[in-house]
Design a protein around this ligand. Structure first.
Ligand code: TXA
Ligand code: MG
Length: 327
């Protein structure tokens, strides 16, 4: 199969036809790129699992174009969903709801719940509104780092998908927050840019009241390693990172530091890929930096951010990328 990368706006008509014909389309969202198929078409959705090499027991997110679309994919939707939707949709929040019978089992890995998200990308929403709700995981090969540009997708899926809609770099840079509303009290299954602190007021929880939203694991968290192909570590401070870097060089390896600019002086002339100036820059650029680093270097040393909120969300992904290894 020939894979073409086309400007998102220019490729939209073709993308709509492909989705309507039961084919796959890669589309941009503000979090990461998605590998989409018609969510109502079980045969089309099966192609997603094949193209990614994804285990069949890991359910997909269904992407919608408007809040009212939720009723086309879910049922028994609680009021709290609409309160959250008003504030966070479109956006980087996925909500798990009871599944509608219209959604085939392959989408939800046989489960009776469905994950629903409205992406904050005009082309993505137009693609959906002109076709169907779209089931889509991140558009990487299973277990690799999620893609934040069309070129990343091409590196992983060339020959496996007909069309990649190029919408430029994803603004957010890590996958959406997954919030489960089907298990009694709300549970964050995957942390993201929309944090527990931001969600709390809409879930009837006062921030700082001592009551926290619990975290459990989404089915996918046991598979997804978000891992680069090179050996990778997290470093709790720049001094330790520099020391480890120097040791790697002595051993004849080629290391690289993925650090924010505030550590530039401490790291001196050592090779570094910048993760920008703050937490949001870090989140935006870390996947891209991991993909750049794995192509050229043997050892990747990533800054470990401290703190709650978005810093903790991005560290959730970094610790997976490094397989829990720290220096
Ligand atoms: O930002 C994102 O969420 C991107 C863009 C493309 O929307 N999508 C994405 O999809 O990251 P994926 O498949 O790579 O990750 C979806 C996560 C997995 O951890 C999966 O197990 C979980 O959501 N999930 C999906 N459906 C679920 C359900 N019904 N119940 C619990 N977890 C679910
Ligand atoms: Mg993924």
């Amino acid at each position: 199969m020939i894979t073409r990368i086309v400007n998102a706006q220019e490729g939209l008509d073709e993308a709509v036809s492909l989705i309507k014909n039961g084919e796959l389309v890669v589309f941009p969202t503000e979090t990461v790129y998605g590998l989409g198929a018609n969510a109502y078409d079980g045969e089309a959705v099966r192609k997603i699992f094949e193209a990614k090499g994804r285990p069949q027991d890991n359910p997909l997110i269904v992407h919608i174009a408007s809040v009212s679309d939720a009723e086309k994919v879910a049922c028994d939707i609680p009021d709290v969903f609409y309160a959250l939707a008003e504030k966070f949709m479109p956006g980087a929040l996925t909500v798990v709801l009871p599944k509608s019978d219209l959604i085939p089992d392959v989408v939800t890995a046989g489960g009776n719940t469905v994950a629903v998200r409205m992406p904050d990308n005009a082309v993505a929403r137009e693609l959906i509104s002109r076709s169907f709700p779209i089931a889509a995981p991140s558009a990487n090969r299973s277990k690799h780092v999620s893609p934040t540009s069309a070129a990343h997708v091409y590196d992983d899926l060339n020959g496996r998908v007909p069309l990649i809609l190029d919408g430029g770099e994803c603004e957010v840079g890590i996958e959406s927050t997954v919030l489960d509303l089907t298990s009694g009290s709300p549970v964050i299954l995957r942390p993201g840019a929309v944090t527990a602190e931001m969600l709390a007021p809409y879930l009837g929880i006062t921030p700082g009241s001592g009551k926290v939203i619990g975290t459990a694991k989404s089915p996918g968290m046991k598979y997804e390693h978000y891992a680069p192909t090179a050996e990778a570590y997290a470093a709790e401070d720049a001094a330790r990172a520099a020391e480890f870097y120097d040791r790697c060089v002595q051993e004849g390896k080629r290391p690289v530091l993925l650090f924010t600019d505030c550590h530039a002086a401490e790291l001196g002339a050592r090779e570094r890929i910048s993760l920008g100036a703050d937490v949001d820059d870090f989140m935006h650029s870390v996947y891209s930096a991991l993909r750049t680093a794995e192509k050229t270097y043997d050892v990747i040393i990533v800054e470990a951010l401290k703190g709650e909120g978005r810093a903790a969300s991005v560290m959730n992904r970094v610790m997976k990328a490094v397989g829990g290894k720290t220096v």
